[in-house]
Each structure stands twice: as structure tokens, then as C-alpha cells.
Design a protein around this ligand. Structure first.
Ligand code: ADP
Ligand code: MG
Length: 355
């Protein structure tokens, strides 16, 4: 177990700046996520941490040790790739042993450690199997075992589940978290799948254009997004444009197409000024159908209704555009086409963002 500290890392590929001054501290034993749209620099950052790329500038430390100039195998970090990168002509055991054979570990020690690694990924007794005799999920486990067999302190995972079908992906989420925690590892996990990140992460960083846009625990990022990009990337949100007409005791009042609404900012370093254009972010489940005892009321018309068993999704047409609404109490059914429905939302559930 070891902390990982990345300080002001810049990585340029010719004219392309893949990382534009990234700083992040991952605690020892933490499962940390890097999340963001394709091309935002996630893989490049992971490869810099692994030692597969050299930063143009900046520092990377494992614990107290500066590792920027160390080759990958001296960093005590192992990487699992999206493609698994297994040898199709070698059996499971040889695939897992590969990294140790390169490091000149004795035969007996290799056998013991391969056994341990296979046990940790729940593949004991499968050592003789050919790679082509395994399911996608089992191949993923072999790739994990091959990373674990060198006894790394840090496990770096680049979209490890993207080749699996939906059901297996969900099963493997639990497995990977278990492996990181049972193995006493520090994990950094790259994905563009926000649900995976919310479900698995201790903390996460949302990247955008080679920078970290926000960093925090899943519930902080979801409830207190600091930009429209983060709000839209993590979960679904409704954005209503408004013009600020007053700020008082942390409440921001804004004129919107559906009248004056009250919300709050999540970013302590920013207070909007009168006349400024802002975006009000409202999560689908923060809307309440009916007046309720809430701060903001909006008129609308139900245009779509989907009954999903555990919840109902509505699309409600308002003067501020279509609002996506999730009603978590499926007993509260409203018919499609019902006129003059009212939506309401608490001021604490309206996050005011920079436009
Ligand atoms: P992500 O993993 O978030 O999709 P990457 O880290 O792979 O993003 O890429 C970030 C940016 O750096 C992209 O614009 C990509 O085209 C560029 N890039 C990545 N690797 C290289 C490379 N080896 N040579 C040139 N450009 C690269
Ligand atoms: Mg990538």
C-alpha cells in the first residue's frame, strides 16, 4: 500500500497537450477513479504513473519516493489494459507467470505466487486451461492475476471492463473492488462510464481537456457539481438558464423562463453577481411532482411517461424546456398528457453554475 502523488504533470505529444498541469493525491489503500470523455487524457495520466510515458514536466511520487525517472518494473505498480493483452498460445498459468519469468524469480517461487494470484481472482485450478477456453470474464481475471503476481503496491486499471457484457461488468465491479481492498493495494481506475465510477470509487477526479475539473467523493461530485460539464457527465441533469437578480445568505435568485427560482452554488470560491447569466442544475429525482413544501414551483405538461417498476420517468414540457423527472415512488402515477401538472424543487437541490 502506498500513496501516489502527481504534481503539475504536463505531457505533450508534439503539438497536442494531453495533460495540462495535473495534480492529484491518491491515498494509500484508496480506489481512485479518473473519469472523463474520450481524449481527455485519462490513459496518458495512467501511463505516466505506470512509467510507460515520461511527463514533459512535473513530478510523480509513490509514497516519499520520486519515481519519475524509474522504469515501470521498478515502480511496484502493475497495469491492467482494456485489451487484456494475454498470450493466446500460452495457458493460464504461463500467462500469469510471464512477468515473474522476466524478473528471474525461482521456479518454485513462481509456482507459489501464481497459485496465490489465481486464488485471489477466484481462478484456482484453472492454470492448465488455454486462453481460448475461457469466457471474457475469466480472461479479465487472468489479466488481473498477471498484474497481481508481481505483488505490486499499486494497481492501475485502464477501462478494464469495457469488453464485457453488461451483467458481467456489474459482477466484476465488485470483484475488482474486493481484489484491491483484500490485496492491500492502492488502485487507480480509468473509465468513461460514470455509473461504474459512482458504484466503485472511494474518490474520483473528473477530467476535461487534460485537466482535472473536479475531485471528490462520488456523492459530493453528484450532489455538488461545480460546472455544467461535471453535472452532465456524472448522472443526468436538467439545466435551466437564468439571470441573477439577487444573492443573499448563500441563496441565489435568478429570473428564468419559468419565473424566479432560488438555488445555491456548490463552489465556495464563486459568488455570482447581479445580472450574470447562470445555469441552474436540477437532478431528475430532485423534482417533485405536485406542489409539496418546496421553494420553487413550475408549471408543466407531461409528454412522456415510462413505468420502470422501481421508479417512473417523466418528460415534462415547461417554459424552460423539457424537464426529465424521476419519481421514486412508483405508486404516484400520473397519466400521459395530463395538463397543468406542477413540479417543485427545494433550493438546496438547485445547483447554480457558471454559464
Ligand atoms: P483518454 O484515455 O482520456 O481517451 P488519451 O490519454 O488516450 O485520452 O489521449 C489524450 C490526448 O492525447 C488525445 O488527444 C490523444 O489523441 C493524444 N495522444 C495520446 N497518446 C498519444 C501519442 N502516443 N501520440 C500522439 N498523441 C497522443
Ligand atoms: Mg483511454
Amino acid at each position: 500500500m502506498e500513496s501516489i502523488r502527481v504534481s503539475a504533470v504536463v505531457k505533450k505529444f508534439g503539438a497536442v497537450t494531453a495533460l495540462d498541469g495535473v495534480s492529484v493525491e491518491v491515498d494509500a489503500g484508496e480506489l481512485f477513479f479518473l473519469l472523463g470523455a474520450s481524449g481527455c487524457g485519462k490513459t496518458t495520466l495512467l501511463r505516466c504513473i505506470a512509467g510507460l510515458e515520461t511527463p514533459t514536466s512535473g513530478q510523480i511520487r509513490f509514497g516519499e519516493k520520486e519515481v519519475s525517472s524509474l522504469p515501470p518494473h521498478k515502480r511496484e505498480a502493475a497495469m491492467v489494459f482494456q485489451s487484456y493483452a494475454l498470450w493466446p498460445h500460452l495457458n493460464v498459468e504461463r500467462n500469469v507467470a510471464f512477468g515473474l519469468e522476466e524478473r528471474k524469480v525461482s521456479k518454485e517461487e513462481i509456482r507459489r505466487r501464481v497459485g496465490e494470484a489465481l486464488e485471489l481472482v477466484h481462478l484456482s485450478g484453472m492454470g492448465d486451461r488455454g486462453i481460448d477456453q475461457l469466457s471474457g470474464g475469466q480472461q479479465q481475471r487472468v489479466a488481473l492475476a498477471r498484474a497481481l503476481v508481481v505483488r505490486p503496491k499499486c494497481l492501475l486499471l485502464d477501462e478494464p471492463l469495457s469488453n464485457l457484457d453488461a451483467k458481467l461488468r456489474i459482477e466484476m465491479r465488485r470483484e475488482i473492488r474486493r481484489i484491491v481492498k483484500e490485496g492491500g493495494l492502492t488502485g487507480i481506475y480509468v473509465t468513461h462510464d460514470q455509473e461504474e465510477a459512482l458504484a466503485m470509487a472511494d474518490r474520483m477526479a473528473i477530467m476535461n481537456g487534460g485537466r482535472i475539473e473536479q475531485l471528490g467523493r462520488p456523492e459530493e461530485i453528484y450532489r455538488q457539481p461545480r460546472s455544467a460539464y461535471v453535472a452532465g457527465f456524472i448522472g443526468e441533469t436538467n439545466l435551466i438558464k437564468g439571470r441573477v437578480i439577487g444573492v443573499k445568505d448563500g441563496d441565489v435568485m435568478a429570473e428564468t423562463p419559468v419565473g424566479v427560482m432560488v438555488g445555491q452554488t456548490a463552489d465556495e470560491s464563486w459568488t455570482p453577481s447581479d445580472g450574470e447569466t447562470v445555469l441552474l442544475s436540477i437532478r431528475p429525482e430532485a423534482w417533485n411532482i405536485g406542489d409539496g413544501d418546496r421553494d420553487n414551483g413550475v408549471e408543466g405538461k407531461v409528454t412522456e411517461r415510462s413505468y420502470l417498476g422501481q421508479c417512473i420517468q417523466y418528460v415534462v414540457s415547461t417554459a424552460a424546456g423539457m424537464q426529465h423527472v424521476v419519481e421514486l415512488n412508483p405508486l404516484k402515477l400520473h397519466e400521459r398528457g395530463e395538463t397543468s401538472i406542477r413540479l417543485s424543487v427545494r433550493r438546496t437541490d438547485v445547483v447554480v453554475l457558471k454559464d
